[in-house]
Design a protein around this ligand. Sequence first.
Ligand code: TYM
Length: 336
Amino acid sequence: MNKKRVFSGVQPTGNLHLGNYLGAIKNFVDLQNKFECIYCVVDLHAITNHHNPKELKSNILETIATFIASGLSEEKNIIFNQASVSAHSELAWIFNCVARIGWMNRMTQFKEKAGVNKENASVGLLVYPNLMAADILIYKATHVPVGEDQKQHLELTRDIAKKFNNDFKCEDFFPIVEPVIPKEISRIMSLRDGKKKMSKSEESDYSRINLKDDKDLINQKIQKAKTDNGPVPSDLNELKNRPEVSNIISIYANINNIKVSQVLSEFGGKNFSTFKSKLSESLIEKICPIGQEIKKLLKDEVYLNGILEKGAKRADLIAKTNIKEIYKILGLTKYS
Ligand code: TYM
């Protein structure tokens, strides 16, 4: 059986936010001491929507800077960008032929991203999850740390792996991946609307905490974060039907590595302005040093490009070995 290997990816959208950090990157950092980990800037996914080439280039470097500033070691982990290892695209094409159209049509993220004019979305956006499955399975990764919004894509990855193993009679060739999703807070919500996930695409910057926000801005955003008229609840049951309250309490718990129940026993019955001041303090303490480090690292493009180059070489070695085997299984003659 395959040994444990972690893979995850982040799109270079520029200005990563608290959702990316708590949902994914913080977990990447924890896992680096336990497993062999591969972390990728998924630049090919970023072109499934209209993009600006100049911005993409700088966003790739900013994502790498964010990885390093958050505490990922370039030595312990393989850190690279997707487009530099061509086996991702080769396997994605193969998976386009394994996955079924009906599977793609069920993907909720496609429906959300394509919007009302589905016919006008790129084909790349539709088959985006096949490239994601290829990212993971080209390394035969077994564990994938992500936020909850990616769970359906990982279920699809499992289906693709099973179908491939079954169709080509190569039992256990691709592992059936396990999602690693934070338990207490798997989906960070918008600070303006607790039913929408925190995202770069929401118009108001006050809906999210960006990792590069300074102290004053974090303070303002938290003070303005939507709550309701009640006090901070004392009991888990009182969080039901209070999405905005539930969200900021979970953020406080996660950023301080404590349980939601502990937050409720500390702040239950108090007013929100007391709680919000404490939340701002915690965020400023944890997030501002990351933002400052990102800004510092961005001044050293040679260093950041060096990380990408070294990472790509290491990733390519594993990916090449596996793509050769995959071609052989399929009867393709490129490597025979
Ligand atoms: P992306 O770039 O949108 O997000 C990167 C990671 O951040 C998590 N995330 C969140 N978690 C909690 N709450 C939020 N509001 C929030 N917003 C973002 C995402 O779940 C993700 O873990 N398709 C992926 C990238 C990808 C990938 C992969 C991931 C491509 N190939 C292979 C894992 C394995 C995406 O668009 O994530």
